[in-house]
Design a protein. Sequence first.
Lengths: 404, 404
Amino acid sequence: MPDEETAPLAGKLAGLTSSAIRDLLKLTAAPDVISLAGGLPDAALMPGPRIAAAAESALHSPAVLQYTESPGWGPLRDVLAGRESARLGRPVGVGEVFVTHGSQQALSLLAEVLLDPGALVVVEDPAYIGALQVFRAAGAQVVAVPLDSEGMRVDLLEELIAAGRRPAVVHTVSNFHNPGGVTMSPRRRRALAAAAEKHRFWVIEDDPYGELWFDRPTPEPVATYSPAVIRLSSASKILAPTLRVGWMVAPKRVCRAVELLKQGADLCGSALTQQIATELLADTEWLGGHIDTVRRVYAARATALVDAVTDEFGDRLRCSSASGGMFVWAEFTDGTDTTELLPRALDTGVAFVPGQAFAVATPYSHAMRMCFTTAAPEVLGEAVTRLARAVAQAPVAAGQSAQL
Amino acid sequence: MPDEETAPLAGKLAGLTSSAIRDLLKLTAAPDVISLAGGLPDAALMPGPRIAAAAESALHSPAVLQYTESPGWGPLRDVLAGRESARLGRPVGVGEVFVTHGSQQALSLLAEVLLDPGALVVVEDPAYIGALQVFRAAGAQVVAVPLDSEGMRVDLLEELIAAGRRPAVVHTVSNFHNPGGVTMSPRRRRALAAAAEKHRFWVIEDDPYGELWFDRPTPEPVATYSPAVIRLSSASKILAPTLRVGWMVAPKRVCRAVELLKQGADLCGSALTQQIATELLADTEWLGGHIDTVRRVYAARATALVDAVTDEFGDRLRCSSASGGMFVWAEFTDGTDTTELLPRALDTGVAFVPGQAFAVATPYSHAMRMCFTTAAPEVLGEAVTRLARAVAQAPVAAGQSAQL
């Protein structure tokens, strides 16, 4: 019997498609293309030798070779509880900390724990694709609220609620939004937390980039203001993705529910990579210096990118303020369609992700996401020169003003 | 607002409970209890120094620090395709190999890929609890077919189908069953594969223990006989659980569907632990010697346990033949109820898992699972002495013959 004749797959797969970002990454891997399309931190800045030393020392203990507990390796949860207590300005107990296989796993387990089929989920527009994918796969009804320079338009969320919609979950990337680049203002944070309490919905505050600020620290987390806010963070952007260490801070009853699902999902994480993360996160002096270096390098790259865009395009391509994180969101004010631009850009040797890939309600046809983390400033300058060449070849459509 | 007043959790959580095994593990961790209740391989036999050396060498490459591809680290998939080609006696392509975070993750992703809500899943009775949990969480209808000394009663599966039931998936632990201890005979394997083709259902052949044979190798995998059989295996029992490396061999269209769900579930595995697994699995000479050692040690422990049971209980407690794997399944023929026995056994200083914990249709009230992997032969002897003491204190119920 040939493979094609084996039994059918589940019906819901018909509605799932591969992540646009992942498919694009495959297309833009050509060596002569400068890719701003990726979303990866720079491996050259990751502490390989420090991780090797931590692995060597961890492996003296047989417990590190064994299965570990579903909510995470005990010493890691202790260290995270300490860090999060400092971040949230209140004592966070170990029972409120749950370690996941990257924060993507926290999103997927939370979708199961918090959502009944057909539940309403509010995301930001443009949206983090990994969240969209999870909420759609969970059978949620997804509605989008746009971003502006202060982050999520909480006033529009409130209008939606006033019109009778009842969200179960509101998802926000509060700091250095992917893809939008913006950071939610303190007053929006307070308003969002207050709305969550008033209307009894959960907020998932997804914060993988918060420590990558360039000039000044990010505002207090949304989770500071209410236990209705579940905070997600990750070691991927400050240490290394290979550790697959993300975590959530959530009320104990949420952590207990997530634990039940984690057992079925994959039993537990890796005690080895979690012990490595423990050692590196606990060494606060080393970690502080390490993150400072990453910030400094990324800041120089972000500035180089934004400056080159301003020099080449002036007001025709408006960038989000590159004040941290990994991405710049830029919108053409002259009507250039970025999806149409991409093949020409690839021809001139530069790649980006068109805004359309992140669009939920607004089309974002004139926008694009550019990742500045992995190229040197001069390479970013060359990328923008190539982009200008591609734009010069493009027919300019009717003007439309930027929305972000 | 106190935590209790935050928004509700999903309705389906009401039906989920923690794994009985995991809860028991917590109760039996007292230092004066000899626990045969666990299900862990022996960490003292795991190759810690070899893993440390592989980690050190892997970390010279920055790619090992980065995100990796959702279907797994390329070099690991290559090595696994080679191993599985040898095991299955046909060329297995890399596109048919998918690396998961332990084989538990393969089960949970396959449940999503293969099952529509309400689909019929056939499991073995007694059942692997981790599979039961996943299929129930997926909203499947679970029906059990008993084991005997030749493994799954495929004849009863065929009766079920003849009576009009239409399984979407049949799950089997083909070698050294957890908890049943038995290995499916070659003729049952062929019959199961033929039924899968005839009636167009999927078989998930879950095989974490197949390499841990004591006297002679296990029969050809069920997957040898049909592409309708998806084969799962794992590095947890031959190398170390901390690597979180499991894998499946499945038709390409199944692997592509699993990839879409893996992206949402956790993006990808750890390139570091997957590269460690690559190096250790590729060093076939070293690996052969290492697995031989594990086999020899486990075989001595299994023999010590079964001999002690025979010496103490004679025909009153019948054991499965301990020919490999990690578990002995034993049934009291004198009517002793193992759930009632457990508290008294804990008092005398020995723990096991009552058969009830694995029961689906048959109650298995007189049966128990004993894990022989982590105690020395003399400790296992002492465990059986304590068990006999506990039984001597127990009221003997009306006799009932063993079912396995």
